[in-house]
Design a protein around this ligand. Structure first.
Ligand SMILES: C[S@@+](CC[C@H](N)C(=O)[O-])C[C@H]1O[C@@H](n2cnc3c(N)ncnc32)[C@H](O)[C@@H]1O
Length: 314
């Protein structure tokens, strides 16, 4: 076997054995997972198998039951403040909700103890969980039955991009914890749709694992591997994820790299400041199934020169 492919395989397995706070599992790669190629079709099929997996077949790295406490630990501190400020007229959308455990924690008294103190007990926002596959548990159904109609909802069977504003409406808080933002093959459309579902002054809280941080100092976590999500400019130079998000019109973005996590994560808070959202378009150039998948995108139009808003890595 060629040394390079051995190295590549070795790095894949290294990814599997490292014990992670946010586990990741990759599958063996080839060099031609570009859209339209047979290898790409295989990767897309492997990814679909992950969504379909049940019981013991669910890959170890595919975590579907994070608690609300995990969300508050992972996401920006602003997330818990935003959630605590929501009242009964407000709405929270959790994209890629898995079992919807964070929503269950929020809608039951567990949330009061964890985040607000037991006294508050005021009426809460309505919450919508979204997942490609239906991962609702008996606990979800039992809890929903004790609450007012539509206090918690779970939508499934489609990807975020397939929903219209008219059917979902708008939200004051949107979260995505290793959901669609980490898994989508249409990243720019995903962000455009997400911000469309957000009310002005609302915030979108999300993260990516193992990406080049805003200050550019970190390297890929796994030896001989690339970052998990990468963007390049039309000339092939690197564009940091944070810089790309900051180039979105009508979005105020804060990025925070948690470099000591294994693997590191970059956490994003995107506040919608006006309605004319324009997201610089991205084209998928590489996709490798996993939890989350490995993705590369290229900007459709050149971004501003270095030092401009989209800023490339020197
Ligand atoms: C690894 S699970 C994460 C579950 C949950 N956030 C947690 O932390 O426990 C990934 C979730 O993202 C969902 N997902 C992936 N791509 C999506 C997309 N484009 N639109 C909506 N949901 C998506 C999956 O169906 C699944 O519910």
């Amino acid at each position: 076997m060629q040394p390079e492919s051995m190295i590549s395989l070795k790095s894949k397995w290294l990814r599997i054995v490292v014990v992670l706070v946010l586990p990741a599992l990759w599958v063996q790669t080839s060099h031609s997972q570009t859209p339209g190629s047979p290898a790409f079709g295989e990767e897309a099929a492997k990814q679909a198998d992950i969504y379909r997996s049940r019981g013991a077949d669910v890959p170890k790295g595919y975590v579907i039951d994070r608690s609300l406490l995990s969300y508050t630990f992972i996401l920006s501190p602003e997330f818990s403040r935003s959630l605590a400020n929501l009242g009964p007229k407000h709405r929270w959308l959790d994209i890629g909700a898995g079992e919807g455990r964070a929503i269950l924690d929020y809608s039951t008294s567990k949330y009061d103890v964890m985040l607000q103190g037991a006294e508050r007990g005021g009426r809460k926002a309505r919450a919508v969980g979204m997942s490609i596959e239906d991962r609702r548990t008996a606990q979800w159904h039992e809890t929903a039955a004790t609450l007012e109609a539509n206090q918690i909802q779970y939508v499934h069977g489609r990807r975020l991009r397939e929903y219209a504003l008219e059917e979902l409406g708008q939200f004051q808080v949107i979260t995505d914890v290793l959901g669609g933002f980490s898994y989508t093959r249409s990243l720019s459309l995903f962000v455009e749709k997400t911000l469309g579902f957000l009310e002005v002054n609302g915030s979108f809280h999300t993260l990516l694992q193992d990406v080049r941080g805003e200050n550019g100092a970190n390297r890929p976590f796994y030896p001989d591997a690339s970052f998990l999500t990468e963007i390049t400019n039309t000339d092939g130079s690197e564009v940091k994820i944070c810089a790309w998000l900051k180039s979105i019109a009508c979005a105020d973005v804060i990025c925070e790299l948690k470099a000591d996590w294994s693997p590191p994560v970059e956490v994003y808070r995107v506040r919608k400041v006006c309605n004319d959202i324009t997201v610089p378009g991205l084209e998928l150039t590489h996709f490798e199934a996993g939890t989350p998948p490995e993705r590369r995108f290229q900007l459709k139009e050149p971004s501003s020169p270095p030092g401009g808003r989209a800023g490339t890595t020197p």
